[in-house]
Design a protein around this ligand. Structure first.
Ligand code: DX5
Ligand code: ZN
Length: 213
């Protein structure tokens, strides 16, 4: 599996998003955290901002919907330029219907699970998904500590499917990236680690090198 780094712009300077994207042009994907103030306590950005960013960035967009009713919004995000649309199994939308809607819009579908949600929730859908996102922190905030106890869920998905992308999100840094890679993850979201680094592109390269170890 190819290891990929997907920096989360949640930790970037929202006043200068275009130049922030240039500082991370070594990325494989761009992780965009969409929060609705209901599924999680915060509110971040929506489809109009994704659409504007698409005009200034060629790297594929990995859009992480932390929203209660994803099925009502996948069309907006598809039109805005999302390449991968990821929603939570804990949301109130029907999982199978939401995946089918994403696929019918010609986008890749991904399913996310919070730390306390069992991985059995995603297993029935693996065939249709491009990626599973295993949260390694409680969704809603950047800058939290990596939860090691979630690693067995990654091992289980990898055991069931050798080809699917398995993404980890939360608390990824130069050290924890190695632990997640060992468990079988191959897509690594990093917000604080990348944007707090003096040279974000160097940190992206370093994370990829460490994942490959
Ligand atoms: C948390 C978000 C993450 C967050 C990760 O709800 O889904 O993508 O930006 O931030 P760090 O890397 O700082 O833990
Ligand atoms: Zn995220």
């Amino acid at each position: 599996m190819k290891n990929m780094i997907s920096p989360s712009i949640l930790a970037s300077d929202y006043a200068n998003l275009e130049s922030e994207l240039k500082r991370i042009n070594h990325s494989d994907l761009i992780h965009i955290d969409v929060m609705d103030g209901h599924f999680v306590p915060n509110i971040t950005i929506g489809a109009p901002v994704v659409k504007a960013l698409k005009r200034v960035c060629d790297i594929p967009f990995d859009v992480h919907l932390m929203i209660s009713n994803p099925i009502d919004y996948v069309e907006d995000f598809a039109e805005a330029g999302a390449d991968i649309i990821c929603f939570h199994t804990e949301s109130s939308s029907d999982t199978a219907q939401t995946i089918d809607k994403i696929l019918s819009l010609g986008k890749k579908a991904a399913l996310a699970v919070k730390p306390n949600t069992g991985i059995d929730e995603v297993l029935p859908f693996l065939d249709k998904l491009s990626m599973v996102l295993v949260m390694t922190v409680e969704p809603g905030f950047g800058g939290q500590s990596f939860m090691h106890e979630v690693m067995p869920k990654i091992e289980k998905i990898r055991e069931k499917n050798r080809d699917i992308d398995v993404e980890v999100d939360g608390g990824i840094n130069e050290e924890t990236v190695k632990i997640a890679a060992k468990a079988g993850a191959n897509v690594f979201v990093a917000g604080s680690a990348v944007f707090k680094a003096e040279t974000p592109n160097e940190m992206i390269d370093k994370l990829r090198t460490n994942a490959d170890l």
